[in-house]
Design a protein around this ligand. Structure first.
Ligand code: E4P
Length: 217
């Protein structure tokens, strides 16, 4: 399972990259806004730091403008993945840009049918949003499972990039289902290391080491 970090915060990416946890990065206009940086400049910095795909999203809504923006984003670095919204214009742009050899991440996917169209349009990644489905009382993890089944039924090679991840449980559920990639905020990835029994056990070991005067170096 590959781990992408869902942020445009370069310091947070660097911290996780140094731990060996970063296989790629995803950004979107909201994350770029949060960073306060210019999209071209911050995407370049991330691409130079990370040895893996870095998704940068277009902001245009019509096909012609998406093509122009996608081609421009692709000039930033070889590891840029052009992120396009799941609309008919976005799917048409996906077909054109993937035909030119660019990698495409189709985003804002909320149904199996949308995921099928993205695969047929040549997407390298499909991004189903788990958390936003949970927000409206649907089950985001179920969608990942359904897309896995359908893609496997037909041998679609598009990678399932589980997005809008809010909890560590989302990540373990996606791992059990066989999502190819998860993208999560840095805090959620770091929280995977936490367990209350680890904390409790460590506190006891520290106490016993002090009482026994154990010294190693
Ligand atoms: C994915 O590519 C998106 O950037 C992201 O996962 C959206 O997450 P959110 O629903 O928490 O904003």
């Amino acid at each position: 399972m590959k781990f992408f970090v869902d942020t445009a915060d370069v310091d947070a990416i660097r911290e996780l990259n140094d731990l060996g946890f970063v296989d790629g990065v995803t950004t979107n206009p909201s994350l770029i806004k949060k960073s306060g940086r210019d999209i071209l400049e911050v995407t370049k910095e991330i691409c130079d730091m990370v040895d893996g795909p870095v998704s940068a999203e277009v902001v245009a809504l019509d096909y012609d403008s998406m093509i122009k923006e996608g081609r421009k984003l692709a000039t930033i670095a070889d590891n840029v993945v052009i992120k396009l919204p799941l609309t008919l214009d976005g799917l048409k742009a996906c077909k054109t840009l993937s035909g030119e050899g660019h990698k495409i991440n189709v985003t804002l996917c909320f149904s199996v049918n949308q995921a099928i169209l993205a695969a047929k349009a040549g997407a390298s990644f499909i991004s189903p949003f788990i958390g936003r489905l949970d927000d409206i009382n649907l089950d985001g993890v179920d969608l990942i499972e359904d897309i896995r089944t359908v893609y496997d039924n037909y041998g679609f090679e598009t990678e399932i990039l589980a997005a809008s991840i809010r909890t560590v449980n989302h990540i373990s559920e996606c791992a059990k289902i066989g999502a190819d990639v998860i993208t999560a905020p840095p805090a959620v990835i770091k929280a995977m290391a936490n367990h209350v029994l680890t904390d409790k056990g460590l506190a006891q070991f520290v106490k016993d080491a002090e009482e026994a005067g154990i010294k190693i170096v």
